[in-house]
Write a protein that binds this ligand. Sequence first.
Ligand code: SF4
Ligand code: SF4
Length: 264
Amino acid sequence: MDAIDNLKRSILEEYDRLDKKDSFKFACHPGVSCYNDCCADVNIFLTPYDIIRMKNHLGISSKEFLAKYTLTPIDKSQRYPVVIMKMADNETKSCQFVSEKGCTIYSDRPWPCRMYPLGLASPSEGSVDEEFYFLMKEDICKGFAESNEWTVEEWLEDQEINIYNEMGDLFKQITLHPTFESGKDLSPEKIEMFHLVCYNIDKFRQFIFDSSFLQKFEVDSETLERIRKDDVELFKFGVEWIKFCIFGERTMKINREATRGTKS
Ligand code: SF4
Ligand code: SF4
């Protein structure tokens, strides 16, 4: 049994499942004695949507963002590349975005920072429909002693989680793709393409517009207009492209004439 299975088992055993109407007491604000203590030495996995929000908040390219603020851990048991936030190289290994006044990218902070103190888990891999929420009570966190009462539903709304979950579900269409059930590893080329689409969205745009891609595939003008400007629309297009080029689904329309032209 690997580390992820162990973690899932301990979540199922140790934490109570919460329904959307269940309530809990919690508040986080500059008045709590632990303020900012949790923004250090943490493994925060980033989704494609997290990266789009954060790099646009900072006004930098996805390439710069990945280089400065993230790490791509290599673990042979992973089926696809993952990206985590790089903590600062200081004594406490603080998050690079934390300040005395709190999170400097608060409006675009990533999913786990919004969700806490809630977690989301599923009893078995791929069963998005069986996902449930649970409360993560950490000893260091004094927020549970506050009197503010929330239902799970209210918390999700307050933290603007819904758009993150919607985009997370889209990401799961590829991370939980049935192809992975065969246990077959992705080739290095496919891993590179997955990384490009999911994490380096500005470079993926160059791949679409500055290569022969648009000669080889038919993309309608409305879609082109959307993906030229909008990172989220481009990622949605990228998910369809990954289904085609990595998982062999018929999600893209090949330009037969151009393909014939290259062969003759
Ligand atoms: S992104 Fe913001 S909320 Fe999340 S760990 Fe860093 S400082 Fe804290
Ligand atoms: S430990 Fe809890 S209360 Fe303290 S800053 Fe972090 S989330 Fe807020």
